[in-house]
Design a protein around this ligand. Sequence first.
Ligand SMILES: NC(=O)c1ccc[n+]([C@@H]2O[C@H](COP(=O)([O-])OP(=O)(O)OC[C@H]3O[C@@H](n4cnc5c(N)ncnc54)[C@H](OP(=O)(O)O)[C@@H]3O)[C@@H](O)[C@H]2O)c1
Length: 316
Amino acid sequence: MRAAVLRQWGDATQLSIAEIPIPVPGPGEVRVNIHYAALNPVDYKMRNGRFRWFMNRSFPKILGVEAAGIVSECGPNVSSLRPGDAVYIYTAARFRLGCYAEYNVVKATEAVVLPPNFDLKTGASLSVAPVTALQVLRDVASVGTGTQVLINGASGAVGLCAVQWAKMRGAHVTAVCSARNADLVRQFGADTVIDYQQRDFTRENARFDLIFDCVSTLSFRACRRVLAPDGQYINLMLRPLDLLYQRWHNLFSKQKFHTVLMKFRPDDIKTTIEAVQNGQLHIPLDTVFLPEDIQQAHLYQESGRSTGKNLLDFTQ
Ligand SMILES: NC(=O)c1ccc[n+]([C@@H]2O[C@H](COP(=O)([O-])OP(=O)(O)OC[C@H]3O[C@@H](n4cnc5c(N)ncnc54)[C@H](OP(=O)(O)O)[C@@H]3O)[C@@H](O)[C@H]2O)c1
């Protein structure tokens, strides 16, 4: 089968296409014929070795944490899935990865069955962007009617999903992005747009109940002045010192600082699927790359200029 393999930690030139054996599912596992694999910022962070101390040291590796495809074979003891089922798969646990390939073997519990005729391009990106945004807005920040929400990085994959979930929950949404993406974030529902290259909202007078820093380019310290007295600043970047500071600070202040790491929850994926099906959520798609263009795809994802999900198309 074709796979985009990583030969060594490093830049995008370490990625190339190779022919490797088709994997065989063991007990409790299924083999999925991948149609579309999603690229995520975490992929290039893994590629350049940021997580090397937690990852298996063998090479070549196949990156990719989420994808959509069709179950082609079930191993022993699998009753929840059948060959022919269209599924979304999420393989970040223990860095199992492997989604940049024509086939991946996953635990049956890492797959969620998609409804009939569900678009597999949309189906490839059902956790990392939309579920992260959902868990932040619903579970951590309890966003509801009238909540004043500011979303920094609103034009990215997480940001555009966050704009939509926040509007669904009745919030007033201020989107921070560059001028070239202002129309896009308005189309996705933002009420107010701030161009971060022209204005520094942390020095202005508006106050927010939630500042969701999707791209983690701000700091809690800079945002505190424009948070409501019981407001929250949430980012997505795991920095050990921040975690220590948050524990201490959150004990003594009504203004809270949280770092959120997405949890794989099939129920949240089902909520996302329902929102897509009833037209409330559109998972933004930027570019579909051929597997052969894996280096170009990684360079683009890493540029930080995407306005939605980037995919690898294994149907070609
Ligand atoms: N903790 C978790 O569980 C978790 C889950 C998902 C994602 N993440 C992380 O969240 C981050 C965002 O993910 P993503 O998929 O949304 O990324 P993305 O789609 O690559 O984000 C790109 C967007 O960010 C905008 N941007 C870049 N610099 C900006 C700045 N200084 N201010 C405002 N906007 C800026 C860009 O707009 P312009 O071109 O206009 O600047 C672009 O539209 C990544 O670091 C990812 O690893 C963490």
